[in-house]
Write a protein that binds this ligand. Structure first.
Ligand SMILES: [Zn+2]
Length: 79
């Protein structure tokens, strides 16, 4: 069974709301699509490929569903 999290956010006068930073980081996403299904609005994470450490978009390696760039892999190997 999928784990679900309920977060209530108010929309400001310009139609904006904030996605909590912890949620963005733990889910590792920077883009999403908006789906409308009846009365439900669903935000679905989009796979924009970037390094989870430095946000670089070059020379990425996918590991456990996340991306890490070669430079950060080298830094990790030096520790
Ligand atoms: Zn990196």
């Amino acid at each position: 069974m999928k784990q679900s999290t309920k977060i209530i956010k108010e929309v400001d006068n310009l139609g904006r709301f904030q996605i909590p930073n912890t949620l963005r980081k733990t889910m590792g996403f920077k883009a999403f699509e908006i789906l409308v299904e009846g009365d439900d609005i669903i935000l679905r994470k989009q796979d924009v490929e970037y390094c989870i450490f430095c946000e670089d978009k070059k020379e990425l390696v996918k590991y456990e569903g996340r991306y890490v760039c070669r430079k950060c892999i080298e830094k990790l190997n030096q520790k």
